[in-house]
Design a protein around this ligand. Structure first.
Ligand SMILES: [Zn+2]
Length: 133
């Protein structure tokens, strides 16, 4: 897992040396998981961010990776939220769009939607996954 995580940082860095911290950590957290299936999605991530999602405390992209609220000595909730965003992007848009976003960091260019619209879609995705668990 550690090797996959750190190698992902290397690949992402090669696509964009100025990658945002939250995005590269989100991608690394997502890619370190060999198979990101429903079990991982619901059981693996749920214990970290479920209560925040149920309270509607989903961070804006600009608020991610502030290192707030450490839930484990090695992982902050921000990492997990960022990982769940990458899960959302690959599920809904695919790797082509993710790679475009890594390169440009531009929501409109990558998703064809504003940052606010993408954030709303992500919130809906999270709420639907976690509300009935
Ligand atoms: Zn990392």
């Amino acid at each position: 897992m550690l090797l996959a995580h750190e190698m992902t940082h290397s690949f992402v860095y090669n696509l964009n040396p100025n990658i945002s911290g939250w995005l590269t950590e989100g991608i690394a957290l997502y890619e370190q998981t060999p198979v990101f299936n429903e079990t991982i999605r619901k059981v693996g991530f749920i214990t970290w961010i479920e209560s925040d999602i149920k309270k509607g405390l989903i961070p804006k992209f600009s608020e991610l990776f502030n290192g707030r609220e450490i839930t484990d000595p090695l992982v902050t909730k921000d990492y997990v939220f960022a990982g769940s965003f990458v899960d959302f992007v690959t599920m809904k848009y695919g790797y082509e769009v993710l790679i475009e976003f890594i390169k440009s960091l531009d929501f409109t260019k990558s998703f064809g939607k504003s940052e606010t619209e993408v954030h709303m879609e992500w919130m809906k995705f999270l709420t639907e996954i976690y509300k009935n668990k």
